[in-house]
Design a protein around this ligand. Structure first.
Ligand code: C2E
Ligand code: MG
Ligand code: MG
Ligand code: MG
Length: 288
């Protein structure tokens, strides 16, 4: 890429680049110790039915409470954890913690959705990790939902597919996260045992609303013809909620209902939650 030696040399001694390399090295160093130092927590975001507004479950989202740099987003450290192999230990901790926390919720019908990286499916241990988490926590398999992205199928590995089917046979459900943003072809929908499609927030929040409404309708039609449910993520405004509801999507998740909350707030949230204002507003939107 560099055109001449001068440019190449400039790149090598770029102080910015060096600072970034150092920062990465430091983050990597800290990431390898984060689990042992108990720096991870899960926050929970409700998933609600568009029909009656009630909570059907929560998605568990990982947070790294780094003491020096503050909270770090999973979008930043998950790719690094995948690269250095730490994802296996961190991911196992996520599955176990989510199962134990959900088993303590007062309402035993609520589901918990856990994000699992494609890299975790490269190892056969994933089955053992999930079954031990269910057994030890006492959480019914039917209450656990695993969110995977299309990336999990890009390897086209029969082992990965078999692991997804094993989870399915255990009674765990599988949701396709960020649907429509990956590179996999639609043919993967044939071989893959999922029961829910999560419509990515880019469709929900798009400015070009007539086109994105058409795309959302098309995704819903795919879901309907495959007999799977659909949930829209990133619903932030009453208008978006009303539109998603009117178009026939089963569930919603987003800041409009609630931001992700600490585990210790979930019980209170469940007992106080009133769907009525959300529904009333959506009905007004539809009339207007
Ligand atoms: P995701 O699974 O698609 O999760 C949804 C993301 O959208 C979350 O970001 C959530 O906080 C955010 N979000 C929710 N509602 C709204 C909204 O109304 N507006 C906007 N703008 N954003 C909203 P978060 O928590 O930063 O997580 C980012 C991604 O990191 C997740 O995307 C998921 O792919 C990954 N991730 C999170 N936790 C884990 C984990 O435990 N393991 C793995 N492997 N990946 C995780
Ligand atoms: Mg997710
Ligand atoms: Mg998503
Ligand atoms: Mg995402």
């Amino acid at each position: 890429q560099a055109k001449g030696l001068g440019r190449a040399r400039y790149c090598v001694f770029d102080p910015d680049l060096e600072a970034r390399a150092l920062a990465r090295h430091q983050i990597e160093f800290d990431l390898r110790r984060a689990l042992g130092l108990r720096e991870f927590v899960l926050v929970y975001q409700p998933q609600n039915s568009t029909r009656d507004g009630r909570i059907s479950g929560f998605e568990a989202l990982l947070r790294w409470m780094q003491p020096v740099r503050g909270p770090i987003s999973p979008a930043e450290f998950i790719p690094l954890a995948e690269e250095i192999g730490e994802i296996h230990a961190i991911g196992a901790w996520v599955i176990r913690s989510a199962c134990f926390e959900a088993a303590g919720w007062a309402d035993p019908t609520l589901t918990v959705a856990v994000n699992v990286s494609p890299v975790q499916f490269e190892n056969d241990n994933i089955i053992q990790i999930v079954s031990a988490a269910l057994k030890d926590s006492g959480l019914a398999a039917s209450r656990l939902e695993i969110e995977v992205t299309e990336g999990v199928l890009l390897t086209e590995s029969p082992e990965v597919l078999e692991r997804l089917w094993s989870l399915n046979r255990m009674g765990v459900s599988i949701a396709m996260d960020d649907f429509g943003t990956g590179y996999a072809s639609l043919s993967y929908l044939n071989s893959f045992p999922f029961s829910k499609i999560k419509i990515d927030k880019s469709f929900v929040q798009s400015e070009h609303s007539s086109r994105s409404q058409a795309l959302i309708s098309a995704i819903l039609a795919i879901g309907t013809s495959l007999g799977v449910t659909t949930i829209a993520e990133g619903v932030e405004t009453p208008d978006q909620f009303a539109a998603i509801r009117a178009i026939g999507c089963h569930s919603v998740q987003g800041y409009y209902i609630s931001r992700p909350m600490p585990a210790e707030d979930v019980a209170d949230y469940i007992s106080r939650f009133d769907p009525e204002p959300f529904l009333r507003h959506a009905e007004q939107e539809q009339i207007a």
